[in-house]
Design a protein around this ligand. Structure first.
Ligand code: UDP
Ligand code: GLC
Length: 384
């Protein structure tokens, strides 16, 4: 099967990293069409996945856009849609990985008569999106998609609640290659030394810097933890959230935590950094659609505390393979951090348990097979 994948982002967020693992399987029978240039293109190339930037300027993604703005940006999409229609004729299937890709892919699917699959990586609720954007996404998906792959039960439920068709949605979790998360003890020791973390208790946060990812909650919690606890914030503002970055620096200064919070920016050595942490905290203040970082921490054998909402509840069972806390409650988060650090034996057992179960449950080969099966069951292939 020849697949034309579409993604609007030039930068590698979780949805893009998930796409790499799926597209890799199809080798030269795949093409990833991007709507913006950037480091995601290089990552695809490193993975030997054919990629083409179909539009040189990023499409402005405004979560709060109204109908007029929506229609205007639809007009701006016409040259891109024309390109995608032409490309799609060389493929059996269009696989949209983001919301703008859904809109473009849907129209292209109509004109090229190719089936459309939408990989839903979002919780389509008003917490995350404007009413207009929700309406556009649900209507395009309902009308044009043959199959919707939701990244969690939470994303599926929100889609149906927003008016989405139940009969075309299947839940498939992100897959991971567990061997990529096995690290070498001496490398980790060296990394801790390089980062000047020796003798510290390290709590890591791995997410792009964005208000709903809740780095501010962890900083507030840190102020309530003993002085040997240090936080590393791994990730950058991928989608223009510079104000939030400034706010975080101000918060750190105001709380006098300059020596206990390190901003490491975007990194490609996530497994090593996670292994160098004593704990990983996930602190999203809105429901997380899936939460790759939660599974990745488990695969590294690092105990994880996650915000109890959305997909995180499907990944973490409190006290069994991790810990759950109320979103946006720094006091509770601090208490759980302190408890984990006191009860080291129980915490280590939980992390060990998480590593074993996560490597079975999220095995990338099994999950790719699941997707391949769904594509062949649900999609009537068009001749190329
Ligand atoms: N990530 C990364 N470098 C960073 C920070 C994050 O490669 O500096 C990766 C992280 O390992 C995870 C992804 O970015 O695989 C984020 O995915 P997640 O599902 O947690 O959140 P999203 O940003 O997609 O909402
Ligand atoms: C999105 C979601 C994140 C999810 C990722 C992969 O970026 O925000 O929760 O893990 O997609 O499905």
């Amino acid at each position: 099967m020849k697949i034309l994948f579409l993604d609007q982002s030039g930068k590698p967020g979780g949805a893009e990293l998930c796409l790499i693992d799926i597209a890799k399987l199809y080798g030269h029978n795949a093409l990833v069409g991007l709507f913006a240039d950037g480091s995601f293109k290089h990552l695809l190339q490193q993975n030997n996945i054919p990629v083409e930037v179909l539009k040189n300027q990023a499409i402005a993604v405004r979560k709060e856009s109204n109908l007029i703005q929506g229609l205007t940006s639809l007009g701006q999409l016409i040259p891109l849609i024309t390109k995608v229609v032409k490309k799609a004729r060389e493929y059996n299937l269009i696989y949209a990985n983001t919301q703008k890709a859904l809109v473009v892919g849907a129209i292209a699917s109509f004109f090229s008569r190719r089936p459309l699959v939408y990989h839903l990586h979002d919780i389509l609720s008003t917490e995350h999106f404007s009413q207009t954007n929700l309406r556009i996404a649900v209507n395009f998906a309902n009308r044009f998609a043959s199959l919707i792959i939701a990244n969690s039960q939470a994303s599926k439920t929100a889609f149906i609640k927003a008016g989405g068709r139940r009969d075309i949605v299947e839940v498939v979790y992100n897959g991971f290659e567990s061997k990529n998360y096995q690290t070498n003890e001496s490398d980790i020791k060296q990394l801790r030394q390089n980062l000047e973390l020796q003798g510290k208790i390290v709590v890591g946060h791995f997410s792009r810097l964005a208000p709903w990812k809740g780095q501010h909650v962890l900083i507030d919690a840190l102020a309530k933890c003993p002085p040997q606890v240090t936080v590393i914030l791994v990730g950058d503002a991928l989608f223009g959230e510079q104000n939030y970055v400034q706010q975080l620096h101000q918060q750190v200064a105001k709380l006098g935590l300059e020596n206990r919070v390190k901003f490491l920016g975007f990194r490609s050595d996530i497994p090593q950094l996670m292994a160098a942490c004593d704990l990983v905290a996930h602190t999203s203040t809105f429901p997380e659609p899936f939460g790759r970082v939660i599974v990745e921490a488990m695969l590294c054998g690092t105990p994880v505390i996650a915000a109890k909402a959305g997909g995180a509840i499907e990944l973490v069972e409190h006290g069994i393979n991790g810990f759950l806390v109320t979103p946006g409650e720094p006091h509770e988060l601090a208490q759980v951090i302190i408890k984990c650090l006191q009860k080291t034996e129980i915490t280590a057992t939980i992390a060990k348990n998480a590593r074993i179960t996560a490597s079975e449950r999220f095995d990338v080969a099994t999950i790719n097979q699941q997707i391949a099966q769904l594509l062949s069951e649900k999609i009537q292939q068009s001749p190329t």
